[in-house]
Design a protein around this ligand. Structure first.
Ligand SMILES: [Zn+2]
Length: 470
């Protein structure tokens, strides 16, 4: 396959160049490749020449935060690894790293049981390449012993929570971080102070304040920021254990993280990373007051914040304090599962869809409206997720030897987001009505065109498990 006349964008820069692909990998990136390569690369007519004039050629998106087919409180997210990865592919994402749900009580927190269960969910279903983050909700001699087996299974990161029933205590977090540092495993953490949010929830429910309006009020910015500061202190105590903080949503957390960075050895070599999500960059808490209980569509944790938090996150994304954008894709139907929150917001399953719109939102709201450099968009959506999670340079860039995971992106195309355009298996999109500039028009995964003009072409199970390495 030869992709001609496009503007190739990587984290390092952009230039007019052609991209030659053979056997699923990128062979060469240079201007004018057609002159000497057509005859040998496309012999027998088996190859394809794609004219990318006027288009950007981006590395396929790497979404480091999805929840396909996750089972929470007896409910399964509406996208599984088949439908969810089709949606990802149609939005220009060619790799996901999925965050697992907690295991059944009888598994006693086994890390290996989780990996096996997730292979059962994803293998033969996913249409793009996928990896798994592990999950730990019990810190015991057994689970700490199992940690060392994870890299052998291709799992080099794992998540823990500071809230929910599977949350870890400070003592457990410290024990865990000492061990992950020794093993070179990267822990990912959901930061919220459980006492604050559960105490506020109880109070609101008791006072009859049960609409979605009270969801953000029950999880204020200091509830997240306190946990960010605490976990960074614990990581410092564990010998500056590397750490990845998922879905950072507030200016307060950025402030706390900056203070931690300046306080000790973390300053010279920050060993932790912050992730944010498109919803925190583009939506705000006014949506919880939408008519007809539509606020439930945005019921996610952490919640949507204020406009000033959004601005602070864009600034941090641009200047490097935030490293990655993941979607936290975790869809529930508004007409069905979300209605559990109708009379009490604390009963609503948390999460929202978003895997399909990440690149388009970052381009339109970031590159077009906030002058985020295109190279930085590629870096936070693709290159850094790949580097941080052990997939680079196979994923995350456009260079000889890398997988031919590419997106042809039309930077001029304008479009109004509406649910029927999308492939996510859920009955709404949080971005309904948003006017976007720029849209992915084709997605190539390991040299195969799997999306063109919004149509998906790949077969179930064509995605490969990514055995990540330390
Ligand atoms: Zn998540």
């Amino acid at each position: 396959m030869l992709i001609k006349n496009g503007t190739v964008v990587t984290a390092q820069g952009q230039r007019r160049a052609d991209v030659l692909v053979r056997d699923g990998r990128i062979v060469e990136v240079a201007p004018g490749l057609h002159a000497h390569t057509d005859s040998r690369s496309l012999e027998g007519g088996a190859g394809e020449i794609i004219d990318a004039s006027g288009l950007l050629v981006l590395p396929g998106g790497v979404d480091p935060h999805t929840h396909m087919d996750i089972l929470v409180g007896g409910l399964r997210a509406t996208d599984d690894f088949y439908t969810g990865t089709i949606a990802a592919a149609c939005g220009g994402t060619t790799t996901i790293i999925d965050h697992m749900g907690f295991g059944p009580p009888e598994a006693a927190g086994s890390l290996i049981e989780r990996v096996e269960t997730y292979h059962g969910l994803a293998d033969g279903r996913a249409v793009i390449d996928y990896g798994f983050h592990g999950v730990i909700d019990h810190v015991t001699e057994d689970t700490l012993a199992e940690l060392s087996a994870l890299p052998g299974l291709g799992v080099t990161s794992l998540k823990f929570y500071m809230t929910y029933d599977g949350r870890l205590s400070d003592e457990d977090i410290l024990r865990l971080l000492v061990r992950t540092r020794e093993l070179g495993i990267l822990p990912c953490v959901h930061c919220e102070n459980h006492a604050i949010l559960s105490g506020l929830q109880e109070r609101f429910v008791a006072e009859g304040k049960r609409t979605a309006h009270y969801h953000p009020l029950s999880r204020p910015d200091y509830c997240e920021a306190e946990a960010v500061g605490r976990v960074l202190a614990l990581a410092h105590a564990a010998g500056d254990a590397p750490l990845y903080i998922v879905h950072t949503s507030t200016a307060a957390s950025l402030k706390v993280a900056a203070a931690a960075g300046a306080a000790g050895p973390l300053a010279s070599s920050p060993s932790w990373f912050l992730e944010t999500c498109p919803q925190y960059l583009t939506l705000d808490e006014a949506l919880y007051d939408a008519a007809d209980d539509e606020g439930l569509k945005y019921l996610m944790s952490p919640p949507l914040r204020r406009a000033q938090d959004r601005d602070a996150l864009w600034q941090a994304l641009a200047d490097g304090r935030v490293s990655t954008v993941g979607t936290d894709h975790c869809p529930w139907n508004f007409a069905d599962e979300k209605q559990r929150g109708r009379t009490d917001f604390t009963k609503c399953p948390n999460g929202a869809p978003g895997v399909e719109l990440r690149l388009a939102l970052l381009h339109s709201e970031g590159v077009v409206r906030r002058a985020l450099p295109l190279e930085r968009m590629v870096e936070v959506c693709s290159t850094l997720p790949a580097r941080i999670f052990g997939l680079y340079p196979r994923k995350g860039t456009i260079a000889p030897g890398s997988d031919a995971d590419l997106v042809l992106f039309d930077p001029e195309r304008t479009l109004t987001v509406t649910h029927s355009l999308l492939h996510e298996n859920v009955d709404y999109t949080p971005y309904e009505g948003m006017e976007l500039v720029g849209w992915p028009v084709a997605t190539i995964s390991r040299g195969e065109i799997i999306m063109r003009d919004g149509e998906f072409y790949g077969a179930p199970g064509r995605g490969r498990y990514l055995h990540r390495t330390l």
